[in-house]
Design a binder for this molecule. Structure first.
Ligand SMILES: NC(=O)c1ccc[n+]([C@@H]2O[C@H](COP(=O)([O-])OP(=O)(O)OC[C@H]3O[C@@H](n4cnc5c(N)ncnc54)[C@H](O)[C@@H]3O)[C@@H](O)[C@H]2O)c1
Length: 358
């Protein structure tokens, strides 16, 4: 099968590499609006590449496109590809406005076309382990989740990510994954969201650089997200220096605590751990017993964290076999609704009732 990658910058390069190692992919064609990148794709990456979109849209022998452009181009590229009869995988966040995301879902649904959004943490061994524990009933009903995510400013001045028109918000760009996961684990829809932001630390950002956001689910569960772009939480001399080196000094910290009525789980990406506790009864108190402690080798980081390789392979397989997306675009849209509601709450200082968000 021929596969095209539209907007082939950093993430596009990763997807091209994955496609080169995916069964059933016979040819990769790339497209990017930057001429120097197209030259690089041809000469260094070694794929057929175009500045124009038309040759790909007109080529009926290309059934599948991956859209890995900056966020502002997700909607026009998705609509054009669907219109041309292609199956589409589009990176998260779906779009820079909720109305655009809605238009993408409607375009796919009206054609009964394949559209999957890049929430690849649902392929991560780390987070699917939590999902397995939830599904097996080992945590009971999940009632609280807390995500603690700290990173340094690794986007840099002038990046499209820092501007509202091209990136949307930092909530969609960075945090949509971490709204999608609690939805997946808790298995209920959100009733309302409240979000506050402190003044920015990064003066040249046009968007918020921090959030403290709380979601209340219809089943009573509460999910909290703390995000700050700040000096790194890790430092030289850390015993996990190899992990830090891998992150090129970004200084990430990324932990989840998932608390259920019968047990809880904790994930820590940069310490490569996933732990589970079981709750029990004793004459004195509720007991908590540490029953599982999983770690993984650094060579498996990609499988445990951003597993874009297995996502790419799964999407190719699904399209080849005529199967629907692993998660429908309408489900990704629900996650996007939560992102836009959190942003609106932060901007207006009000709790947002999700029933009132389009
Ligand atoms: N799922 C993840 O964890 C993850 C990780 C990184 C990036 N992403 C997403 O991938 C996308 C790309 O991010 P990146 O880091 O590769 O950015 P990037 O800036 O490296 O690449 C984006 C590319 O899109 C091109 N582009 C912009 N408008 C275009 C258009 N209209 N047509 C064709 N090409 C166009 C740019 O020239 C650039 O080469 C973003 O949506 C980002 O959120 C997702």
């Amino acid at each position: 099968m021929k596969v095209a990658v539209l907007g082939a910058g950093g993430m596009g390069g990763t997807v091209i590499d994955h496609l080169e190692h995916t069964e059933g992919v016979e040819e990769i064609i790339a497209q990017d609006i930057r001429e120097e990148r197209v030259k690089e794709l041809r000469e260094k990456v070694g794929v057929k590449a175009y500045v124009e979109l038309e040759p790909i849209l007109k080529d009926d022998s290309i059934p599948l496109v991956f859209i890995t452009s900056s966020n502002d181009a997700h909607k026009p590229l998705t609509l054009a590809a669907l219109e041309a009869g292609k199956a589409v995988m589009c990176e998260k966040p779906m779009a820079v406005t909720l109305a655009d995301a809605r238009a993408m879902v409607e375009a796919a649904e009206s054609r009964e076309a394949f559209l999957q959004i890049g929430f690849e943490l649902r392929y991560s061994k780390l987070y699917t382990k939590v999902k397995d524990w939830v599904d097996q009933g080992l945590l009971g009903q999940v009632v609280n989740t807390h995500c603690y995510y700290i990173c340094s400013e690794f986007h840099h001045k002038g990046s499209w990510r820092n501007k509202q028109a091209t990136g949307g918000s930092m909530f969609g760009e960075k945090l949509s994954h971490y709204v999608d996961l609690p939805r997946w684990w808790i298995g209920s829809e959100v009733a309302d969201v409240s979000s506050v932001c402190a003044p920015n630390v990064i003066p040249y950002y046009e968007v918020h650089d921090n959030y403290h956001t709380t979601y209340r689910f219809q089943n009573g569960a509460v999910s909290h997200l703390t995000f700050m772009m700040a000096p790194g939480a890790t430092f030289k001399g850390d015993p996990l220096q190899d992990v830090i080196d891998q992150q090129r000094g970004d200084g990430h910290a990324l932990r989840y605590l998932v608390v259920g009525t019968q047990g809880c789980a904790e994930t820590d990406v940069f310490y490569r751990t996933i732990k589970r506790w079981e709750f029990g009864d004793s004459p004195e108190c509720l007991t908590s017993t540490w029953v599982e402690n999983l770690t993984w080798d650094k060579s498996e980081d990609h499988v445990y964290f951003h597993n874009t390789l297995d996502q790419t392979r799964d999407i190719v397989r699904r399209v080849r076999e005529g199967l629907p997306p692993a998660t429908p675009a309408s489900d990704a849209y629900e996650t996007m609704r939560l992102c836009f509601a959190a942003e609106e709450s932060a901007d207006h200082g009000e709790r947002i009732n999700l029933a009132e968000v389009y």
